[in-house]
Ligand binder design. Structure first.
Ligand SMILES: C[S@@+](CC[C@H](N)C(=O)[O-])C[C@H]1O[C@@H](n2cnc3c(N)ncnc32)[C@H](O)[C@@H]1O
Length: 476
């Protein structure tokens, strides 16, 4: 017989911290940590546990004895259900405080690093409507909130266009207004949803893998250009044209209207053909006089204003004098490479997405940059001794890997070629700290600058400057 899970209740728990994965932290009477989801540091609550492990509990607050002074009213009506902006109920200055603390904790506890004074986190001027890219999912299985169930309005549990409910792969919360991307993002999403419902265009059913409509991506740029990409599951040209023509006619400001037909198990578009239905297949973003062409599969930092702040930090850390060979690992569309090119002798960018590298090359050409070269390949394979032989040993290396951090072969190769300076940018200070520990015999951490790219969430970008401890000759 299966043992029944025993849930425990702890009374009068003070919430004392916030950090990893956006959870807040309290303590059980036996001293064990309780990770909480619906509280703010400073709240005093009764907790019901949902999970018990040797060293910690997970739980939810079931009763609030007193509310924290750090609380603010969330802007978004979907807060608490959507799961997208978990810290919306915490004042922004407190969000920044906990992000800074998280970066420092990770560098100390995971990286076991000797650290200089960490510079105060640079907050984002825009705390809402700061994202330039959003992706919404269609589902014929709509998640109904308690408020919706209780309301007198007649609401269907069918078609929704929005975000996955945390922990439920098939349920989608129908989003009325998202506070992360500026209009016309909300208008485009709502019009697409309503037109599809009114014209009986079917929403995806992930359980049975059927339905016409799968995802909607909206990208906006500071140039005013807008990209919309509709991903279809079923290949029905008549219905596809019906929807796309309607979007095109209703929103003439869309400069790039694209679609993908993807009938495979997952909805990633990286291995799919992107077709242009109207306008161009790309939009342009601008930064410090540089123009960046962005196509559907290319990475671009999602908070454009803070991307500029971040790049300036990286450029300051690199302190180039015009003589250096600079490598830009995980270059995306070559934005950082081009941003520092005028201060370097030559820049070499590497990236795994071929379309992004095609954009990087076109961008460099259009920007009149002649001292940058770009290569496509998986970093752990392409960034090897032959590559260094062919392209030269870098004086300065900038690296900006995805959340998983760098593959150990990449770290090994950096240690092998030992550039004088490494600027390590990361959106995950835990994996960054892990990688830095592998490098600490050869490098000292001399500067640390957290930058907030993602207000209302626990995510934080962090830039670290590593300086080689010994000269190469001394090493040999
Ligand atoms: C955090 S983004 C940074 C992009 C760029 N530095 C920028 O600021 O726009 C990480 C980039 O690494 C690329 N990438 C992910 N895994 C990779 C791998 N194994 N090899 C090479 N590039 C990879 C992604 O496609 C993405 O463009």
């Amino acid at each position: 017989m299966r043992k029944k899970k025993r849930r425990q209740v702890f009374e009068n728990v003070e919430v004392i911290d916030a950090g990893a994965k956006g959870k807040t932290v309290g303590k059980a009477p036996d001293g064990r940590v309780i990770f909480l989801t619906n509280t703010v540091p400073g709240d005093v609550v009764d907790v019901q546990t949902t999970k018990k492990r040797k060293a910690y509990f997970e739980g939810v607050a079931t009763h609030f004895h007193s509310l924290s002074q750090k609380r603010v009213e969330p802007e978004c009506q979907h807060f608490g259900v959507c799961g997208g902006c978990k810290w919306q109920d915490m004042g922004y200055e407190h969000q920044l405080f906990y992000k800074q603390k998280e970066v420092e904790n990770n560098l100390r506890r995971i990286g076991h690093l000797e650290l200089p004074e960490i510079s105060p986190i640079i907050g984002s001027e825009k705390q809402y409507f700061y994202r330039n890219k959003m992706e919404f999912s269609f589902s014929d299985s709509r998640w109904l909130t308690l408020d919706e169930i209780r309301s007198s309005e007649e609401i269907t549990d069918k078609d929704a266009l929005g975000f996955h409910i945390p922990g439920m792969w098939d349920k989608i919360l129908d989003i009325k207004k998202c506070h992360l991307q500026e209009d016309p993002s909300n208008a485009i999403r709502l019009e697409t949803r309503n037109f599809a419902i009114n014209n009986e265009l079917s929403f995806f059913n992930p359980r049975h893998q059927r339905g016409l409509l799968r995802t909607l991506m909206i990208r906006t740029a500071s140039t005013g250009e807008i990209m919309v990409l509709v991903q279809f599951f079923e290949d029905d040209a008549t219905k596809r044209d019906l929807l796309l023509n309607h979007i095109r006619d209703t929103f003439p400001e869309i400069t790039s209207l694209l679609y993908v037909v993807n009938s495979k198990g997952n909805d990633t578009i990286y291995d799919q053909e992107v077709v242009c239905h109207g306008g161009r297949d790309h939009i342009f973003e601008e930064m410090e006089g540089l123009r960046f062409k962005i196509t559907a599969k290319s990475f671009y930092q999602t908070n454009s204003d803070q991307a500029y702040t971040l790049y300036k930090v990286a450029r300051d850390f690199a302190e180039l004098n015009g003589d250096e060979l600079v490598y830009d690992l995980y270059t995306g569309t070559g934005t950082i490479a081009q941003f520092v090119a005028k201060n370097a002798k030559k820049v070499v960018g590497i990236e795994s997405v071929p379309e992004a590298i095609a954009d990087a090359k076109a961008n460099a050409k259009n920007n009149g940059i002649t001292n940058a070269e770009f290569f496509v390949g998986d970093m752990k394979n392409i960034f090897n001794a032959d590559f260094i032989q062919a392209n030269g040993r870098p004086d300065v290396l900038i690296t900006d890997p995805p959340r998983e951090g760098m593959h150990k072969n990449v770290v090994r190769q950096i240690l092998d070629i030992a550039p004088k300076k490494v600027v390590y940018m990361s959106c995950n200070s835990a994996t960054q700290a892990r990688d830095l520990e592998l490098m600490k015999a050869l490098y000292s951490v001399t500067k640390v600058q957290p930058v907030d790219m993602f207000p209302q969430t626990h995510h934080v970008e962090n830039v670290v400057l590593l300086e080689r401890k010994t000269s190469l000759n001394a090493q040999a």
